[in-house]
Design a protein around this ligand. Structure first.
Ligand code: PDD
Length: 292
């Protein structure tokens, strides 16, 4: 039985109970974060928490995030995941419990805070080397997808449509622009330049995206933040997705057609290798700190 965190307590999962009046349940009135851990070491937790604070503030949910690093660490420990190669903590904060009525509760209620830890698996090297398929589909989400709310129905439907089509990822298209995936950010290599959509209200500002952009620039790979037109997908030299549980994931087919020669490209490989080095560096830095 896993141990979860709910409203100040670490308890067995089957004892965790949430009210039917929770505004997360009734209205999807909440935000969430997913932070990766490598051998117990959080990867860019500060950026995940900064994005969470921005969401909370925009949603006008009053919650002090100061205790969160400790809650993350305890969850890893209590679930014996400190040595897991790849783990993550899911954290969700809703506006709290109040009888159903659209406006915010007149008398403030405490937010509901729930978190759990689990492992996640990388694809085998063989599968990664073969690459993955994606399908394009219309983006049916609202116009503030930069806020990481728990209202994920369009993302769920997009992901399921990809699965139904025998693909791994969904490329969400709005106004002729290939924006991002159902739960990850899209990158293209176009004319030798790594391209990804700029941070605006129509994509989620992925933490992995930000790290990969920095790694590209640090490794002398030209990178540009600009919209990728859906027509450009046909001419892309390479495509890949980034995300917390995807790291750098190559796409070799879109809507049944091969991307370039249908093989994982050199830029994707270079960035995946740089990402693996970054993970190692963050782990080693953490070990250095605890040894002191
Ligand atoms: N998904 N775009 C969307 C729509 C996302 O939901 C996510 C994250 C990302 C990538 O962000 P990051 O690199 O910070 O993980 C991009 C999380 C992991 C999820 O819902 O499981």
């Amino acid at each position: 039985m896993s141990t979860v965190y709910l409203n100040g307590e670490f308890i067995p999962k089957d004892e965790a109970k949430i009210s039917v009046d929770d505004r997360g349940f009734l209205f999807a009135d909440g935000v969430y974060e997913v932070t990766p851990f490598y051998e117990g070491v959080p990867f860019y937790l500060d950026r995940h928490l900064a994005r969470l604070r921005r969401g909370l503030s925009w949603m006008r949910i009053d919650y002090d995030t100061e205790g969160l690093p400790d809650i993350h660490r305890r969850l890893l420990e209590l679930n014996e995941l400190e040595d897991a190669d790849t783990a993550m903590v899911y954290l969700q904060i809703t506006r709290g419990v109040a009888p159903r009525s659209h406006p915010f509760p007149r008398d403030p209620v405490p937010p509901t805070v729930y978190a759990f830890a689990k492992t996640w698996q990388r694809p085998s090297q063989e599968d990664w080397d073969r690459g993955f398929a994606a399908v394009t589909m219309p983006d049916r989400r609202w116009t503030r997808v930069d806020i990481k709310t728990i209202a994920l129905l369009p993302n769920v439907l997009a992901y399921q449509a990809a699965v139904d089509a025998g693909a791994t990822d969904a490329i969400q298209v709005r106004d002729g622009v290939a924006l991002e995936g159902a739960h990850n950010n899209l990158f293209g290599v176009l004319d030798g330049t790594v391209v990804t959509h700029p941070v605006t209200n129509v994509i989620l500002p992925g933490i992995t995206r930000s790290v990969v952009l920095e790694l590209a620039r640090r490794n002398g790979i030209p990178a540009e933040e600009r919209p990728i037109l859906v027509e450009e997908l046909a001419d892309a030299e390479e495509l890949f997705f980034t995300g917390t549980t995807n790291e750098v994931r190559p796409t070799v087919r879109v809507d049944g057609r091969p991307v370039a020669d249908g093989k994982v490209g050199p830029v994707t490989r270079a960035l995946a290798a740089a990402f693996a080095r970054e993970v190692r560096k963050v782990k080693e830095a953490a070990v250095g700190v605890s040894a002191r």
